[in-house]
Design a binder for this molecule. Structure first.
Ligand code: ATP
Ligand code: MG
Length: 134
């Protein structure tokens, strides 16, 4: 049994769609606990730093515009296999490829506006939690 922590973000489109409660219920139903949460807004500098791995991608500038477009809900989720479990609940990056019943399949409007972020491994979980919660 591995209890892990992972970083989840409900992105600006998720907040605008008023589905924070729906998404948090999915975490709870899957056995994940929200142990820290805050609403915040990404500055352009934050967004650059957070998504620096994508800085050479053609979609990087659009990603900065999107992620800074409104408030986000940032959460630390805790539970057994939290990192992989959260990624499973989210579904694939492209909602058209996401499994039915996942957050992105149900709510995302495009590969860019895909409602949620989740850490993709133990190292990113650690650095991303540190990024928002020190
Ligand atoms: P996240 O890191 O947000 O959890 P992810 O790990 O599924 O998503 P990444 O490849 O890390 O996907 O991409 C980061 C984000 O950049 C995506 O969630 C999406 O908002 C945006 N993005 C990724 N690929 C594209 C693309 N081809 N076109 C436009 N935006 C994209
Ligand atoms: Mg990613």
């Amino acid at each position: 049994m591995t209890i892990e922590q992972t970083l989840s973000i409900i992105k600006p489109d998720g907040v605008r769609k008023k589905i924070i409660g729906e998404i948090q219920k999915r975490f709870k139903d899957a056995g994940l606990t929200v142990i820290k949460a805050k609403m915040t807004v990404f500055t352009i500098a934050d967004a650059h730093r957070f998504y620096s791995i994508h800085k050479d991608k053609p979609f990087f500038n659009d990603l900065l515009t999107y992620i800074t477009s409104g408030p986000v809900m940032v959460q630390v989720l805790e539970g057994e296999n939290a990192i992989e479990l959260n990624r499973k609940l989210m579904g694939a990056t492209n909602p058209e490829e996401a499994e039915k019943g996942t957050i992105r399949s149900d709510f995302a409007s495009s590969i860019e506006e895909n409602v949620v972020h989740g850490s993709d491994g133990p190292d990113t979980a650690r650095t991303e939690i540190e990024f928002f919660f020190g």
